[in-house]
Design a protein around this ligand. Structure first.
Ligand code: ADP
Length: 302
């Protein structure tokens, strides 16, 4: 199985011809309300991939709490380790224009209550049921850092999707088995401008030099580059027509974690994750755009 320590939000998305100027009020064309948050999305992707998927996170005691919890259980995510806290459920307010350009404001609320004690308690109660840990940076960074160290000590394969990117404790890297930044995150963390596969290799080496086992830089429609201490492998993307790139990275991380928990080799797991990322960009939305395992297998077999 897979344990995901991360954020849970209700995503309120409005669609309009163009995004408003500062101070302007616009009439939009549509609105959706859906389960989101990087932690929740990755847990859903891992569940869709067929893994036992355990989410560790926090929701509030408001109306949105039942929306996100119903969403999670509907996808088969185990929410035993999701706590109700005395705050509002986190919200992401997303605006999308006709070209697919977006801007996002995330208000963490309940997500900021996730603490190291909750992570420790979850690792104890889930002991023996998972071999992979997925982490991101939408919950307090200190909690993600704690989960990485504790997960590593517990013998889990530890993945860090460093999104949204922020400066991190430089001592964390030896505890990370696989780091999966996109171009922007790789640049913020390494200071190397990642614009192509060659610069991605350079950024990948930066992580390996600091103790990461495998650095997997994702390059959207170009694919991904895997850098380990003694090898570099370039993985070309599956050619698809992108309509909305939201959650591609979450599909990638969730499917990658599930494939590793299933015992696939890293190269096979990466191909599976890339197929999932590719299918996600062909559909609108975050969690609603995450692909089924059968769709992923079909694309892999093509
Ligand atoms: P993020 O969503 O974190 O920015 P990426 O955009 O790099 O991450 O996407 C993650 C993975 O999903 C990529 O490595 C690639 O395999 C797949 N992917 C993303 N966008 C596309 C695309 N336009 N065409 C094909 N595959 C894509």
């Amino acid at each position: 199985g897979v344990i995901v320590v991360g954020s849970i939000t209700a995503d309120i998305t409005t669609f309009s011809e163009r995004l408003p100027e500062p101070g302007e009020t616009l009439l939009g064309t549509a609105v959706t309300l859906a389960l989101g948050g990087k932690g929740a999305n990755q847990a859903v992707a891992a569940a869709l991939a067929g893994a036992n998927s355990f989410l560790v996170g926090c929701v509030g005691t408001d109306l949105f709490s039942s929306l996100v919890l119903t969403g999670l259980t509907g996808y088969g995510v185990d929410i035993t380790e999701v706590r109700d806290v005395n705050d509002s459920t986190g919200v992401a307010h997303i605006r999308v224009d006709a070209s697919g350009e977006n801007d996002i404001v995330i208000v963490p609320m309940a997500n900021s209550h996730l603490g190291a004690e909750q992570v420790d308690a979850a690792f104890v109660s889930l002991a023996g049921r998972a071999s992979v840990l997925l982490t991101q940076l939408e919950v307090p960074a200190s909690v993600t850092m704690h989960a990485i160290r504790a997960g590593s000590a517990a013998g889990l394969t530890v993945l860090l999707d460093p999104a949204p990117a922020t400066a991190l404790d430089p001592g964390i890297w030896p505890f990370v088995d696989i780091v999966t930044p996109n171009e922007t995150e790789a640049r913020i963390l390494t200071g190397i401008a990642v614009v192509d596969e060659t610069s991605a290799e350079e950024a990948g080496r930066w992580f390996c030099d600091r103790g990461v086992r495998s650095a997997l830089i994702t390059l959207a429609s170009v694919g991904a580059v895997l850098v380990t201490t003694d090898d570099v492998v370039r993985f070309p993307a599956f050619p698809v027509t992108a309509v909305d790139t939201t959650a591609a990275g979450d599909a990638f991380a969730g499917y990658l974690g599930a494939a590793l928990a299933d015992g696939l080799s890293l190269a096979d797991a990466i191909r599976r994750a890339m197929a999932a990322g590719a299918l996600t960009v062909t559909r609108r939305g975050a969690s609603p755009s995450l692909p089924s395992r059968s769709d992923v297998e079909e694309l892999l077999a093509d």
